[in-house]
Structures are given as structure tokens and as C-alpha cells.
Design a protein around this ligand. Structure first.
Ligand code: SAJ
Length: 418
């Protein structure tokens, strides 16, 4: 028997999820075309380079482009499988914005052929996969779209959310279990067959709506847990205990596992996705909405604490350690650390020194503030108030004796954890 022909895959959206996923699929043997609306993204990838930072991604993309299995384009072509990984942000009022997903569906509609499989990976409000089906049914009345008619479908539709951790995306794309949500059981089976070619974790079939909710629940669960830790930090400050010691001792209970408080919750996922659940069931989500409020309130609380120290010490210089939204990455999107440092820089100008090993110059939020970008050692030598905002490994190596005689506001418990 001749070897089975590998399907041709199109990845719509070449961002933080789309590009690594396209590269991993190419490594598994698929010929993958990546689509993006940005010409510079397409050009960069076709040159074998990358436009985002992710561990080991540069080598993988370079190799896959060089061997001809990965390329990028700005216009869709016919394909066997289409995977959509485009942004789904929230609007000003915290309502989900799925316009990019619907736009992606409209984009590929003209090139669809009988037997195609379309898979949505973007974090999405419940019902979005069905919305894609409606868009396609309107644009392609010649095709039976899964979930849109009783007849056997020509176009299979599934929702298979990613759940990878930035910094470990390539490894987790392969090792994590996946929820495979079909518009019909047959769609789920088709999608599972595809994912099982490159995923080593278990691929578990369910419905599209369930998989949509599962993804939102994962991130809402983490947000609520972090909010609990952040609330504990407020209580501990109020009553004069050390929250890190409290959590560490409580976690010795065999059935307690409290997360870590911090300066707030950042990134494009945990701070956003819970709103999708709140929006779909506002009356049923007081806990999830309150947790968002607790986490969103933490940067303001840290700024107020810092200001108390700064105004009580008018000659003191201030070092802010870290800007990224979490440790050991160069991603500053929706970062509470960046927000706090920028607010302090705006107010206290050249008294503020910023230490961030993951950037070469300060982001535009610091323009004209007078704040300067400093090496860790110089800032520790020159500053009297040290505000720890990110728990980068490089900061953990500092000997706590270097803080002797200084005022320390440690939002990550880096130098006190017991
Ligand atoms: N954080 C705390 N305390 C903690 C843990 C995290 O304050 O104990 C803060 C971090 O500093 C950061 C924020 O929460 O500001 C989010 O960081 P994270 O590591 O919890 O999550 P992300 O945004 O990098 O990735 C999450 C992951 N989801 C879960 O862990 C449930 C990842 O698996 C998802 O794929 C990703 O969201 C996504 O794309 O949805």
C-alpha cells in the first residue's frame, strides 16, 4: 500500500499560539501554510525568522521553512484542515470581541471544499464555534456545514483550545492533554485523528460548547485562586502578619494548596477569559466577577503602599525590579508590574530606576518620565527603596543582606518566603 498522504494544513493567525502550533504541525510531517494579515509577519516567517519570543521557536521555524514544510501567505488557498488561532480580546465594557474569529471564517469561506475540517483554537465565548458555522452557511450555501443542517456535513467543525504556558509552548503543545469539542461526534473524531498525529497527551472528545466552557473555566479557576491569595495578602497587611509564612504553613495541610499573591494578574489570558464566563451568565457569576475585581485592584494597592514609603522618605531613590507580566519572560502585555512602575515613574520621575533584564530599553510608557533603565547591582547600590514587582530568577539570586538599611516592598515575597 502506498504511504498515506499527509493532509495540507492552513493555520489562520501566526501569533503566540498560531506560529508555534504551525511549526509543531510541520515538524509532524504536515505541509503547513500560515496566514496572517500583517505583511511583515508573513515576510519574516518566509525568511525563516520569527517575530515573537518563545523558547526554541526560532530554530524550529527556521528548520521547517528551510525544508519547505512551513510557509506564510496573506491570501488563503485550498487546504484539507484549517486551524484558527486569532485574538479574542475583551472590549472596554469587558464584553468579548470575536470579530477576528468571524473575520477568519469569512476569509477562508471562499476556498472551502467538501471534506474540509475547520478547528477553532482561540479562547472563545461559549457558542463561537456554532457562530462560525452560521457565517460559513451564509457564505457557502452550496456546502452542508456541521451543526447547520440535518444532512451529513461537508465541512467538519471543532473547537480544540490550546492550554500552553508561554515560555514552554513547544513542549506543552505536544505533552498536554487536549479537549476536542466537535459540533457533531463525527467532527470530534475527525479533529481527534488530526491532533493525535502530533500530541502525546490524551485527546478527549466532547462537544464544542463543553470544550469552549472548559477553556474558560481553566483560566477562571486560576484567576479565582490567585484572587484568594491576593485577598490574603491584604488581610495579612491589615493584621500585621507575613502572608508568605501564612500560606506556606497553610499549604502543609494535605488538602490545602494556596497560590501566591503578587502585584496583580497580567497577560492576555487569565485577566481576560473569566470575563467571557461573566458575560455569558452575569447573574450566575458573582464569585468570578469579584475575583477579577480583587486582582485588578492589587496594582492600585501596591502603588498606594509605595507612595506611602516614598512620601515619608522624600530624598530616597526608588528601584522597581521587573516589568514583565510574570517571571523569566519578555512579555509586558497587560503587566501589573509595568503599570505600577510607569505610574511611579510618572509621579517621581528621575528618582525612579527600573531594572528589567528582559528589555534593552524602557517601553514607551516611560518616555519623558525621567526614570532610567538600570543594571540590578547599580540600582541596588544607589536606591534606598526597593520595590520587587517580578520574581525573575536573576532577582532571586540577590543576597538579602544587600537590603540591609533599605526599605523593601516585596510584592512577590521573594526575599521572605519561608
Ligand atoms: N500569578 C500570581 N500568582 C500565582 C500564579 C500566577 O500572581 O500564584 C500571576 C502571574 O504573575 C501573571 C498571571 O498570574 O501575572 C498569569 O500567569 P499564569 O502563569 O497563571 O498564566 P499565563 O497567563 O501565562 O497562562 C495561562 C495558563 N492557564 C492556566 O494555568 C490555567 C496557560 O496554561 C494557558 O494556556 C494560558 O493562560 C492561555 O493561553 O490561556
Amino acid at each position: 500500500m502506498p504511504p498515506k498522504k499527509m493532509p495540507h494544513v492552513t493555520m489562520v493567525g501566526l501569533g503566540y499560539i498560531g506560529l508555534p502550533t504551525a511549526a509543531v504541525m510541520a515538524r509532524a510531517g504536515f505541509t503547513v501554510l500560515g496566514l496572517d494579515v500583517k505583511q511583515h509577519v508573513v515576510d519574516t516567517i518566509n525568511e525563516g525568522r520569527i517575530h515573537i519570543e518563545e523558547h526554541d521557536l526560532d530554530i524550529l521555524v527556521h528548520d521547517m521553512v528551510a525544508c519547505g514544510r512551513l510557509s506564510a501567505a496573506i491570501h488563503p488557498q485550498s487546504s484539507d484542515i484549517f486551524v484558527i488561532a486569532v485574538p479574542t480580546p475583551v472590549r472596554e465594557n469587558n464584553a468579548p470581541d470575536i470579530s477576528c474569529v468571524l473575520q477568519a471564517a469569512k476569509w477562508i469561506a471562499p476556498v472551502l471544499q467538501k471534506g474540509n475540517v475547520i478547528i477553532l483554537e482561540s479562547t472563545s465565548p461559549i457558542g463561537t464555534t456554532a457562530n462560525i458555522g452560521q457565517v460559513l452557511a451564509e457564505m457557502r450555501p452550496d456546502l452542508n456545514i456541521a451543526g447547520q443542517s440535518e444532512s451529513p456535513c461537508d465541512i467538519h467543525l471543532a473547537y480544540c483550545p490550546e492550554r500552553v504556558l508561554p515560555g514552554q509552548i513547544i513542549a506543552e503543545l505536544v505533552s498536554n492533554d487536549r479537549s476536542i469539542g466537535g459540533m457533531t461526534p463525527h467532527c470530534a473524531a475527525k479533529a481527534r485523528e488530526f491532533y493525535e498525529t502530533f500530541v502525546e497527551g490524551e485527546c478527549v472528545e466532547t462537544t464544542a460548547a463543553t470544550a469552549e466552557m472548559v477553556k474558560l473555566v481553566e483560566n477562571a479557576s486560576r484567576d479565582v485562586s490567585i484572587a484568594f491569595a491576593n485577598e490574603l495578602s491584604l488581610i495579612a497587611d491589615h493584621v500585621g502578619t507575613d502572608v508568605w509564612e501564612v500560606i506556606s504553613l497553610a499549604n502543609r495541610h494535605p488538602r490545602v494548596n494556596i497560590l501566591q499573591p503578587g502585584p496583580g494578574v497580567g497577560g492576555h489570558c487569565i485577566a481576560v477569559d473569566p470575563w467571557f464566563l461573566v458575560h455569558s451568565a452575569p447573574e450566575q457569576t458573582p464569585l468570578i466577577a469579584t475575583a477579577r475585581g480583587v486582582n485588578d485592584g492589587k496594582p492600585g494597592y501596591v502603588i498606594a503602599q509605595a507612595e506611602k514609603l516614598i512620601t515619608a522618605n522624600p530624598d530616597a531613590k526608588i528601584a522597581c525590579l521587573g516589568l514583565s507580566f510574570k517571571a523569566n519572560i519578555d512579555d509586558f502585555r497587560e503587566s501589573p508590574a509595568l503599570h505600577i512602575a510607569a505610574e511611579l515613574a510618572k509621579k517621581y520621575g528621575e528618582r525612579v530606576q527600573i531594572v528589567e533584564p528582559y528589555c534593552t530599553s524602557l517601553p514607551p510608557q516611560f518616555d519623558r518620565s525621567g526614570a532610567v533603565h538600570m543594571e540590578l547591582e547599580s540600582a541596588l547600590n544607589q536606591c534606598d527603596i526597593i520595590i520587587v514587582l517580578v520574581d525573575h530568577n536573576r532577582f532571586k539570586k540577590v543576597d538579602p543582606s544587600q537590603f540591609d538599611g533599605k526599605m523593601l516592598l516585596d510584592t512577590r515575597g521573594l526575599y521572605r518566603r519561608t
